[in-house]
Design a protein around this ligand. Sequence first.
Ligand code: HEC
Length: 121
Amino acid sequence: MKMIVIILGSLLLITHSFAEPPVPQVTPEIQKKQEITPEQQKRIDLIAQGEELHGKHCVRCHGDWVYKRANSRIKDYAALTVHVQRCATNLRKFLRKKWENPEISAVSAYLNHQYYLFETQ
Ligand code: HEC
């Protein structure tokens, strides 16, 4: 009985190693397409920075439901930036920290990427 188990087991091992799928070959062209351009990297960094700022400062009064509500008055990217600016001004009362353009554009980029999906130009 034990012998049969051993034989069956090794047979399974052998067939399994034969059944190993071939490693997919990535052609240089495909590899090139997958590379992130400096512009894309800049955008990724901006969104990450916005996410961090948002998580730290923007969840005091509302959760993300406010970005998903059906009656949102925000209809384009410019309006989004204006609203982020407005809320950041309200935020100042709590934190005594003024947000300048870099913070506004990072958080706007993050909110757009995550929720609004407006054209940015
Ligand atoms: C002092 C409280 C307060 C803080 C802090 C605050 N918000 Fe708001 N936010 C509001 C209120 C209230 C509304 C809803 C206003 C309305 O109905 O137009 C709102 C609405 C919004 C909207 C519009 C949502 C939509 O689609 O209709 C955006 C975008 C927004 N906030 C972004 C932010 C960001 C970014 C921050 C951090 C900088 C932030 N908020 C921090 C109070 C706040």
